[in-house]
Ligand binder design. Structure first.
Ligand code: ATP
Length: 587
């Protein structure tokens, strides 16, 4: 397949702000893609070479990419640096550099998708000493035969700066349309995605053996399952009512969610975003080996702990584990324990269709049988009265938890869905103010005074899952320490764009815009009607959206959340309604 087909499509996609048009371009690209490489094309659309859970990154340093460009064009590094300075993007620089070359003699052979993909894959898999030099050679050999427009995208892939803004859901829409002519089949694809987390593999199945084989896709070890999520409840009475007056209450620990996959001595750990994070917790991976079943998929919350007092420590402590180097020391200085709360698969058996009570029994047996103090069960009790919940809540809070999870005893595990079979009951919900919200940074205003050279306020959006768009709900400028401001600034640099992103909707004017990527946690005093913010526009009153009043950053950057995991517009609407009920005394 000619790589120019991808280039043409991506160029068109970059120039549109319409989501429908984005899907159309994708559909036409997918229809023209041969089945044997459709998985690769899907990964390229997502700017990757494989699904996230494989934990493989291209990992070429910027300095090396500049050298590769210099080599391919036969010019000195400072010339490339100058072009890069002017264009501000290495992809654009690669295009300019390629134009400098004598093109006519170079493009006898057409660049193919197969060649681009296999070289990118090699770059990603080249590791260890001398790997940067080897990667450099691979990039420059690819650039040698690429046209200027192709060079631009090759460089964007290599640097991880392809910014098409395509969410998984849009890719599924496009797949359903391209291969079944019916968008409603997206649901089948979504179910398959929930148990495999691999859109490339699903696309391949769909295009080769059809929709029926996608339907029969099974849980596979080391392919993470998309997590079941919880809805909110405000008070214990409400939670109990929704559960049919009998439920399990579990501590809601303030750590990181981990999905454990084990096959005998092989153990991998996946984050809530389903990225492989085994390297952050080698001590946990080792401890898991003491579990006495061959094959298992389990879920747990990993929490930092004070080993002297056995107290849980706040979520932020786990940040010390998010590093590539020096992990050995971090393991010693920041000990953790695993607190298991679910079992999804044991020795060839899918357990997700069993009831909660049944799964908990299996889990208790396995974890107790491991006799390993790092592996624990999430504290749990069965409740039938709201006073029991309140009492258990008090003990959870005293023990450093965020609150409770209330779980329906008869419920199955519903992968990838936010279901009312799980309710989260947090301490703050008890006041009339809104709960913390997880919002996506979409733009910023430059700072003044002490914040010159940094951002003064960030524009935040909630997720509108129905249309796959982030709609603005507030600007936030408080709650930032100097250190957090610096960290955010450096992170946001990687996502800077010159115009409002196609998936961002707002009535606000900003100094700069970002790809919607980074999620932060916000606490606010109230939700109000707003003529300029577009979140939930027209849902409460015509011409008005919902905005947060006195928003404040809590200090938590939610690295564990994808932008699509941010607070949904519907949650915002229900929080608003709840708040109004409280104000009017339930009338
Ligand atoms: P939040 O923003 O409240 O942390 P979330 O949006 O990350 O939640 P939810 O499904 O809304 O995800 O809340 C459940 C989260 O709480 C899980 O993802 C998990 O990380 C954490 N958690 C802590 N203890 C438990 C438990 N006992 N059972 C399930 N999840 C738990």
């Amino acid at each position: 397949m000619n790589f120019s087909l991808i280039v043409d499509t991506f160029e068109q996609m970059e120039q549109t702000s319409s989501r429908l048009a984005l899907t159309d371009y994708l559909v036409s690209l997918l229809k023209r893609t041969p089945s044997d490489i459709i998985d690769k094309v899907i990964y390229l659309i997502q700017g990757k070479v494989c699904p996230d859970f494989e934990g493989i990154e291209l990992g070429l340093a910027e300095k090396m990419a500049i050298r590769a460009l210099a080599q391919s064009a036969g010019v000195d590094v400072p010339i490339i640096e100058e072009i890069y300075r002017k264009t501000g993007d290495l992809g654009d620089a690669a295009k300019e550099v390629a134009k400098l070359k004598n093109q006519t003699t170079l493009f006898d052979d057409k660049m193919t998708v197969e060649r681009v993909y296999s070289t990118l894959d090699k770059i990603a898999r080249t590791l260890g000493p001398g790997s940067q030099e080897a990667k450099l050679r691979l990039v420059s050999s690819l650039l040698n035969n690429a046209t200027p427009r192709e060079s631009r995208y090759i460089m964007k892939f290599v640097m991880g700066t392809l910014r098409l803004g395509i969410a998984d859901y849009s890719v599924m829409d496009a797949l359903a349309l391209a291969f079944t002519e019916d968008k409603s089949n997206r649901n089948t694809l979504e179910n398959a995605y929930n148990v495999s987390s691999d859109l490339g593999a699903i696309a391949k199945l769909l295009s080769t053996t059809g929709l029926e084989s996608v339907k029969s896709l099974q849980i596979t070890l080391f392919k993470p399952i998309r997590p079941m999520l919880a809805e909110r409840a405000s008070i214990s009475e409400e939670a109990l009512g929704k559960m049919g007056r009998k439920a399990a209450a579990e501590y809601k620990l303030d750590g990181e969610r981990i999905q454990v996959h084990k096959n005998k001595e092989k153990v991998e750990l996946f984050s809530r975003r389903l990225e492989k994070i085994t390297d952050h917790y080698p001590d946990v991976a080792e401890a898991i080996k003491s579990i006495r079943v061959d094959e298992a998929i389990l879920e747990a919350e990993v929490v930092a702990i004070n080993t002297n007092t056995d107290e849980f420590l706040p979520f932020q402590e786990l940040m010390h584990r998010r590093r590539k180097y020096g992990i050995k020391l971090a393991v010693e200085n920041y000990p953790v324990v695993m607190n298991f709360f679910d079992v999804l698969y044991i020795d060839g058996d899918n357990k997700t269709s069993l009831t909660y009570i049944h799964r908990r029994k299996i889990l208790e047996k396995i974890i107790k049988g491991s006799h390993n103090e790092k592996l624990r069960l999430v504290p749990q009790t069965i409740v039938e009265k709201s006073e029991q919940i309140d009492k258990f809540m008090a003990s959870a809070i005293e023990n450093g938890c965020e609150g409770l999870m209330i779980k329906q005893l008869t419920s199955t595990y519903r992968a990838g869905s936010r279901a009312s079979a799980w309710l989260k009951l947090k301490r703050e919900y008890r006041s009339d103010i809104a709960d913390t919200l997880d919002l996506v940074i979409t733009g910023a205003l430059y700072g003044r005074g002490r914040r010159v050279g940094r951002y003064g306020a960030l524009l935040l959006g909630a997720y509108d899952s129905k249309s796959d768009i982030f709609r603005s709900t507030c600007k936030v400028g408080t709650g930032f320490t100097d250190q957090l401001l610096e960290e955010l600034y450096n992170n946001l640099e990687n996502h800077l764009i010159t115009h409002r992103h196609a998936r961002v909707d707002t009535g606000m004017e900003m100094d700069v815009w970002f790809e919607p990527k980074i999620v932060i946690e916000i606490i606010a005093s109230e939700i109000t009607l707003s003529p300029s913010h577009t979140a939930a526009m027209n849902s409460i009153r015509l011409g008005y959206g919902l905005a947060l009043r006195f928003p404040k950053f809590t200090g938590k950057i939610r690295y564990d959340k994808k932008p699509e995991d941010a607070t949904d517009i519907e949650e915002l609407v229900s929080l608003y309604k709840k708040q109004m009920r409280t104000i009017t005394g339930g009338r």
